[in-house]
Design a protein around this ligand. Structure first.
Ligand SMILES: C[S@@+](CC[C@H](N)C(=O)[O-])C[C@H]1O[C@@H](n2cnc3c(N)ncnc32)[C@H](O)[C@@H]1O
Length: 695
């Protein structure tokens, strides 16, 4: 006995040790993605310098409206640097990020500058399918950028990433690492094309959209709007009188099986017969046979008098109590107001945002680009988040600028003030020739769209042809007589039906006259019926011609009013690890645009050798930067600040400072609403963190 106990105690001890070992192993073995970090090379001028932004004023788009929203932003350059700048200007302030990075198909869509091979390939190299570091290069590239982008999302922010199957699995693991698995919102398959001749095992028809939240606990459920056109019927009685509803959803559902025995019970129809989902034996429970009602009996009893609709049909799936096919089918009503309140969670398959639509959209603007996304996809993603219409949307793989167009069109639709930030490199001059050009053509198609004039002339010609065809339409006399006849017949109803009554009221004579008129008109209709037929045929031909012509009208974009600022990367100072006093001066001198973007006050009014001034679009806010280390010119600077437009309600002043000194006291004499901040230290602090994280 003692031996047995000892043996058992030893076994327990050994198991405990094993358990400890396994627990330690779990702690030390990481689950996730492993890749070889392939160092990335950037353009020469950026090496050992600080990225800043330079406005290209000649490329800006300026709204014609005095009270326009603040400008949208287009950043030209490598998005690694754009994201670095945005980490200063937009930390925790972006609501939605949408990106469509290279899918790394092993074709020519992904180009990587491998730092180790810079001598051999100074401009980088297409990553081929058989490149042994194909996935490592892509992950090195994406991880840096996604890390930077995460800092930009606000606490309710979400990111959507379009991706193909080559990197889907890697991207999901990478995002689990960066955004955390608990913030995964979903993976959507998007049908990108219908027919395809490619593929050995499956025809490629979908790509994917991965969605993550910065913090899932902070965001609302996604919803899609209700298609109002389905709610055509109007309630004519009861407490919901006057409301729109639809009644096309059958109470019977063939896919519901035996798991729901209490959902198969007889329902009485208006003619007293009973109906059931298909059954084999009409017994107490009616379990056998396909399908069930969607409602339990309790729900049925509760709702049967309000939202159940019986419709007679020849092909009802239901059976009556005699085992015969019923003449009834049963539907449930759905009121528009309820549907709008409830909304629908969007499905994780998108079938209506095809690539062909994107090519067509760009074609309408006389532009072409490889693999653009359709604006409808991005509009849908923005809409389902249920976010307000003044959000900030970022796309740092902007390509042709689809996200920009989507935001502009949404703003146009609901008078919103969403602001977009697009970042793209200028490979083959796309940023200027495609992204910016697209925005210009949307802003003023008559001015910037080369073929606008010709297309417009063609449209005018077609519209004139339609107009003259419409003039040829004939009105049939029969229609006119019919109208008159209808009125007379209505009048007849107001006379007493009995002759004696009419005689007593002296109405008989008038009544007979009315009957005569009705008879005459009816005869006239009969005699003109042939003419009417001819006219009908004539009109039919013309209507067909008109609809043919209408199809020929070219869709021309209506001008959209907005402002846009164009910035290109510039580099100043030295590497963040070796910042000297001279660098600080150089950075402060060159950081005006960065500060302007971060304050959303972007219209420069002037710049001299010690200061720079900006106002916002409504001229209510002023931004003033004093970037000289010397305070000699401070009085003049203050004078300029005082002389700003009288409409200014708030001023923000940035004062050069070696550290982060508070210079507010220098502006005590101002009655204005004024905030004083240091420059360039806060910029350097953020950059330091980024570059440290990079190492
Ligand atoms: C697949 S396209 C995006 C297409 C876009 N969604 C559209 O609808 O037009 C990817 C774009 O990212 C750009 N790109 C690739 N690497 C980049 C980088 N490091 N910095 C900035 N842009 C980059 C490419 O030039 C390309 O235009």
């Amino acid at each position: 006995m003692a031996n047995d106990i000892e043996k058992l105690l030893n076994e327990i001890k050994a198991l405990r040790q094993e358990n400890k070992k396994l627990n330690n192993a779990i702690k030390h073995k990481k689950f996730g993605l492993v890749w070889m970090d392939v160092p990335e090379a950037f353009e020469k001028e950026s090496v050992n310098k600080i990225p800043l932004l330079e406005e290209k004023k000649d490329l800006q788009i300026k709204s014609k409206n005095k009270y326009a929203n603040e400008p949208h932003i287009l950043l030209e350059g490598d998005n690694f640097h754009s994201l670095t700048c945005l980490n200063y200007t937009h930390k925790n302030s972006i609501d939605i990020i949408y990106i469509d990075p290279p899918y790394n198909t092993g074709g020519d869509d992904f180009h990587y500058k491998d730092k180790r091979m810079l001598d051999k390939y100074p401009d980088g190299k297409v990553v081929d399918k058989d490149d042994p570091l194909r996935h490592s290069k892509w992950l090195s590239f994406m991880s840096k950028r996604l890390e930077l982008s995460k800092n930009l999302l606000n606490k309710e922010g979400v990111i959507f990433i379009s991706i193909g199957e080559d990197e889907l699995a890697n991207l999901k693991l990478l995002c689990n690492q960066i955004f955390k698995e608990k913030n995964f919102l979903g993976l959507v398959s998007r049908v990108q094309k219908r027919g395809s001749d490619l593929g050995d095992y499956f025809k490629p028809t979908v790509d994917y959209v991965l969605a993550y939240a910065k913090n899932k606990t902070n965001i609302a459920k996604f919803k899609i709007g209700v298609d109002e056109s389905k709610f055509k019927k109007i309630e004519i009685e009861g407490p919901r009188k006057g409301e729109f509803y639809e009644d096309s959803k059958s109470l019977y559902q063939s896919s519901l099986r035996d798991l729901r025995p209490n959902q198969k019970y007889p329902i009485e129809c208006p003619d007293g017969t009973f109906v059931l989902p298909p059954y084999k034996v009409f017994d107490e429970i009616h379990r056998e046979g396909e399908g069930r009602w969607r409602w339990t009996k309790d729900t049925y009893l509760e709702k049967k008098d309000t939202i159940l609709v019986f419709k007679k049909t020849k092909n009802s799936p239901l059976m009556d109590q005699n085992g015969k096919k019923s003449v009834w089918n049963i539907y449930t009503k759905r009121y528009l107001k309820d549907a709008q309140k409830k909304g629908n969670v969007p499905p994780n398959i998108f079938e209506e945002f095809l690539n062909s639509e994107a090519t067509k959209e760009l074609g309408e603007l006389d532009l072409s680009f490889s693999y653009p996304k359709p604006t409808s996809l991005i509009k849908h993603l923005i809409k389902i988040t249920q976010k307000k219409n003044n959000i900030k949307v970022l796309d740092f793989f902007a390509g042709s600028g689809t996200t920009g167009q989507a935001v502009l069109e949404l703003n146009e639709m609901d008078q919103g003030s969403r602001q977009f930030i697009l970042c793209t490199n200028n490979e083959n001059n796309i940023c200027r020739d495609v992204t910016l050009e697209r925005m210009k053509r949307l802003y003023d198609p008559a001015k910037y769209l080369p073929t606008y004039k010709i297309k417009n002339q063609k449209n005018e010609k077609i519209k004139n042809e339609i107009k003259s065809l419409k003039e040829k339409l004939k009105i049939s006399v029969v229609d006119e007589i019919n109208e008159e006849l209808k009125e007379l017949k209505e009048l007849k109803k107001s006379y007493p039906t009995k002759k004696a009554e009419r005689l007593s009221k002296n109405l008989e004579e008038k009544y007979q006259l009315l009957l005569l008129k009705i008879r005459n008109l009816t005869e006239k209709i009969i005699s003109k019926k042939e003419d009417a037929k001819e006219i009908q045929q004539h009109n039919k031909k013309i209507v067909a011609e008109i609809s043919k012509l209408e199809k020929k009208i070219i869709n021309l974009n209506k001008p959209l009013d907005f402002s846009l600022k164009y910035y290109a990367m510039k580099f100043a100072g030295s590497a963040i690890s070796h910042i000297t006093d001279d660098d600080k001066i150089a950075i402060a001198y060159n950081a005006g645009e960065l500060v302007a973007i971060s304050e959303n006050i972007m219209f420069e009014t002037f710049k001299n050798n010690y200061s720079q001034f900006f106002i916002n679009s409504t001229q209510e806010k002023c931004l003033a930067i004093y970037f000289d280390e010397d305070l000699d010119m401070l009085d003049e600077f203050k004078e300029n600040l005082r002389n700003q437009s009288t409409s200014i309600k708030k001023s923000i002043v940035y004062m050069f400072s070696w550290g982060a000194e508070d210079y507010s006291y220098l502006f005590d004499e101002f009655n204005l609403n004024i905030v004083v901040k240091p420059i360039p230290q806060p910029i350097l602090e953020i950059y330091k963190k980024i570059y440290k994280a990079e190492k």
